[in-house]
Design a binder for this molecule. Structure first.
Ligand code: MN
Length: 360
């Protein structure tokens, strides 16, 4: 099993690389978009908390288009390699690059070409996976609080955010600060599926040729509608629907155990087994939660509803070869809340891995 670490954009530095390597990570998943840029969490310290739903969005999109150029991607890969980490995946497009793909707007054709160029660059840089989250509202309805063991700061959900999304904003980021006042009109679920079909139909052939897997994250939190917009993957069978649209080795899943466990009415281990049988997992967000949407909290890795040892056994049984990353964890009360939480999760993952390896 490959254990990796997820780096947010502000963490792409030698100090963070050393931390990940010291905690035993061998692989890297990288976010290139600084989600909170120019927003109210845009300061050191605050950035280490996951952003939660905010009426005005996390930050401004489209700040640094250079990060998607092939030279820049190759440079990043080399820096990680030098630090002992293999760059396995990039997670999430910049909303500035695909807002009209998500919204079915007038610039969609141009933006599809831009996304194709990005995927070609990712392939040329030798990065095998690109994680995406086809979502209009993005992460919404989450709240922070002392929800985890011992009063650790965590995030959770208690009810659905019904506020409309202002014009110029998508996926929790502002792509047009000059947009006319007003609100995004609600889309239907059928419209959203038409849009993802266009996206996959255009991008998958390019991804196949580039040797890149497009890996879909489910909607977090998984509820039918948030902020008056439909969700794509809010039940496990929606993952099947997405895979069935275009069977392809490049049509894969960013399998978020936490988000899947937040979905009511299914057995997570059976769901995992089903998608392992479909050979659809590109990589795994290995985290735990308690409860289901619309009322759940994120927990420490050993303190939620998911039997993580059983998950690890199942991954091993299917000879899963991808990467597991902690995704997010509660913050621990100390001078380095985020890193302590991450070190705890990574240590636990290594121990589970050692257990299942010893069993075989
Ligand atoms: Mn996730």
């Amino acid at each position: 099993m490959k254990i990796g670490y997820g780096f947010y954009a502000h963490m792409l530095n030698d100090r963070e690389f050393a931390f990940a390597r010291q905690a035993g990570a061998t692989h890297a998943v990288v976010h290139l978009v600084d989600y909170t840029h120019g927003g109210d969490q845009d300061s050191e310290g605050k950035k280490n908390n996951q952003p939660v739903g905010n009426q005005q969005g996390w930050g401004r999109a489209g700040v640094d288009p250079e990060v998607w150029e092939v030279d820049s991607l190759r440079r990043l890969k080399r820096r990680l390699t030098d630090a002992g980490l293999e760059l396995f995946a990039i997670e999430n497009f910049d909303p500035a690059d695909w807002y009209d793909v998500l919204l079915g707007g007038p610039r969609r054709a141009d933006q599809i070409e831009r996304l194709k160029r990005i995927i070609r660059n990712v392939g040329r840089a030798g990065i095998p996976v690109f994680g995406y989250n086809f979502s209009i509202a993005g992460v919404a309805s989450r709240q922070s609080g002392a929800f985890a063991r011992g009063g650790a700061e965590s995030v959770g959900m208690n009810g659905v955010d019904e506020r409309p999304i202002p014009n110029g904003m998508v996926w929790n980021m502002v792509y047009d600060a000059e947009a006319a006042p007003g609100e995004l009109s609600p889309a239907s679920e059928a419209e959203l599926w038409d849009r993802v079909e266009v996206f996959l139909q255009e991008l998958l052939p390019v991804a196949e040729e580039a040797g890149v897997i497009l890996a879909a994250h489910p909607d977090d939190p998984p509820v039918e509608r948030v902020r008056r917009q439909p969700r794509l993957v809010w039940r496990p069978d929606r993952y099947d629907r997405l895979l069935d649209l275009f069977p392809s080795k490049s049509n894969g899943l960013e399998f978020c155990l936490g988000t899947l466990a937040e979905m009511p009415g299914h057995d997570l281990l059976e769901t995992l087994k089903h998608f392992l049988e479909r050979d659809a997992l590109a990589y795994v967000h290995f985290r735990n939660v308690r409860g289901t949407a619309p009322s759940y909290v994120e927990t420490f890795i050993d303190d939620g509803d998911i039997d993580m040892l059983a998950v690890m056994r199942l991954l091993k049984a299917y000879d899963y070869q991808g990467v597991l990353i902690p995704d997010h964890t509660p913050q621990m009360t100390c001078d380095a809340p985020w890193h302590a939480g991450m070190a705890y999760a990574l240590g636990y993952m290594h121990a589970l891995n050692t257990c299942v390896e010893a069993e075989s």
